[in-house]
Design a protein around this ligand. Sequence first.
Ligand code: PAF
Length: 272
Amino acid sequence: MFAESDAARRAGRRVVFVPTMGFLHEGHLALMHEGKKRGDFLVVSIFVNPTQFGPGEDLEKYPRNLAGDLALCESAGAEAVYTPRADSMYGAGYQTYVSLSDLPNHLCGLSRPGHFRGVATVVTKLFHTVAPHVAVFGQKDFQQLAVIRRMVKDLDFFIEIVGHPTVREADGLAKSSRNSYLSPDDREKAVVLHKALSGARERVAAGERNAAAIVSWARDLILETPGTEIDYVSLCDPDSLEDLAEIGEAAVMLLAVKLGTTRLIDNMVLLP
Ligand code: PAF
């Protein structure tokens, strides 16, 4: 992969990278289309990264479809697809990890200890091998994007990070490979995440500035749907991810909700 990328760079091409865990959907396709606009040698990686899954999480059952994924990458005009194997990424004696001190101490980092260490580590490794000029990530994983932006700044990666807006189903549900786990009944119920976020945004647009009032309204709305279990509903500063008491200049609402055994996340910027 590095040789391919190096040759592209030497030929004066701009290498653009979309890292994924596969089971690609329209959200990933949008990242690839964005990538094609920002560079002229598009690399997609497909790697279900074991180090970002905790014990008891869905590593074994994470959906996979390599043949379908490769067809989609080709249709999107990817020049290369990098599909490393777990035993070559993390061989015997592997012991080096990248971890951030503060950003993971919020939101998903609390319910998924070690998750962002796994993400930062694998993204570092992928960045070294793919050697892109620019990398595109979905804003659906808002905390992940914040972690990667911070890491790139802190560790002097010369890579431009682009966040791409969340792609949604017609009813507002954020596209995610994990949506494939939902039963038809839970799939219908899942629309409540988007309802809570857009309702919160309407409240802010109407002048509400008290974060606790908005969070409490959103929690109540979600819990009115039977079978939902809230992991978190937070109104945060978009950079530090610290909880806000008052909505001042910029605010993002983030939530994680379990429906059955499926944990869904979503977010919306309430004030840009
Ligand atoms: O967002 C994802 O699919 C993954 O977390 C990533 C960035 C590919 C790292 O494994």
